[in-house]
Design a protein around this ligand. Structure first.
Ligand code: UT7
Length: 316
């Protein structure tokens, strides 16, 4: 990093992205064989058909980050800061970012952010702020190994979660850059709705999380759009947190955006927490769904309860 306030810039551009999923897929049929559940229940109630399981958070994060660096044509030495969003760090300490830094041969500051499923958008906004404070190139990763904190014998959570990682490279640019508006929020009085004790498994009041998720997705999206001076009609691609198709459908209806404009990977990844938004973003970009100048709205929610939105103008 060039030093605090070394070279002030005014915005960032996403110049590379990457994703990583474990090789092992667990299908609904496999869960049906060992739990009191059914492919039909899981598909109808969540939209999930399979999830990928395996690896460590550090391994998945490093794999996605390496791809993002290659796509940005960026050397490890050129990275000024690494931020890893995760709520399933490999160790209590050090931060998983230290593992990723070493694996990739980076020589910069590295830290973790824990805002659960909202973590990637939190890290993206934090990374943008650090860029404005002088870090010219920031690597932002969202990675989680939810299978490690999920009781595989509990049908209420085992069918939902998966493992994965996604990453972006943010480069400082002159001018306003791509991040046009953002909203970060948290209501700690609701932290009991979704939690895991240290060494324990995820406990969730699913119905209550569902209800509040739809509400905060809509409110947070509208706030970020308003700050960007845009409306929902301007949004070309919505990248929602991938927790439940019914949550995304309900949020799209209330926001007034067709479901066809939402990026979706949930059916094959399950809920990958902080990895879900960069996985869905990377998938949509790789599929050619995003053109230069398009408005992309990222919106996440999760344990905390936290929520986070970011409005990007792609490719500027
Ligand atoms: O990323 C973090 C944020 N988390 C979320 O966004 C999750 C939000 N919540 C949800 O997505 C949904 O609430 C769930 C998918 C977790 C549950 O769906 P639901 O429609 O809210 O179901 P429910 O919890 O009300 O359960 C309905 C029934 C219950 O049986 P009874 O009491 O009606 O007899 C459950 O015991 O479905 C039963 N059930 C299952 N049945 C088959 C719960 N899990 C399962 C299962 N297979 N896996």
């Amino acid at each position: 990093m060039s030093g605090p306030l070394g070279r002030l810039s005014t915005g960032v551009a996403v110049t590379g992205w990457g994703v990583a999923l474990p090789d092992t897929a667990v299908t609904n049929a496999e869960l049906e064989a060992r739990l009191d559940t059914s492919d039909r229940w899981i598909t109808e109630r969540t939209g999930i058909r399979e999830r990928r399981i395996g690896g460590t958070t550090g391994q998945l994060a490093a794999a996605a980050a390496r791809q993002a660096l290659t796509a940005a044509d960026a050397t490890p030495a050129s990275v000024d800061l690494l931020v890893v969003a995760t709520s399933t760090p490999d160790q209590q300490l050090p931060a998983t970012a230290s593992t990723v830094q070493h694996t990739l041969g980076l020589r910069c500051g590295a830290f973790d952010v824990n805002a659960a499923c909202s973590g990637f958008v939190y890290a993206l906004v934090a990374g943008t702020g650090m860029s404005m404070a002088g870090a010219r190139r920031v690597l932002v990763v969202g990675a989680d190994v939810m299978s490690r904190v999920t009781d595989q014998d509990d049908r209420s959570t085992a069918v939902l979660f998966g493992d994965g990682a996604g990453a972006v490279v943010l480069d400082a640019v002159e001018g306003p850059g791509q991040l046009l508006g953002w909203d970060l929020g948290s209501d700690g009085s609701l932290r009991h709705l979704l939690q895991a004790d240290i060494g324990g498994y995820v406990q969730m009041e699913g119905k209550e999380v569902f209800r509040r998720a739809v509400r905060v997705m809509v409110e947070s999206s509208e706030m970020a759009l308003q700050r960007a001076g845009l409306t929902i009609d301007d949004v070309d691609l919505l990248v929602p947190h991938q927790a439940n198709t019914r949550i995304i459908t309900a949020a799209c209806e209330r926001l007034g955006i067709p479901m066809e404009r939402a990026a979706m990977v949930l059916h094959r990844t399950g809920n990958t927490s902080a990895a879900s938004i960069p996985l869905a973003l990377g998938d949509a970009v790789d599929a050619g769904r995003v053109a230069k100048g398009d408005i992309v709205l990222l919106v996440g929610f999760g344990a905390g309860m936290t929520w986070a939105s970011a409005v990007l103008r792609w490719g500027q």
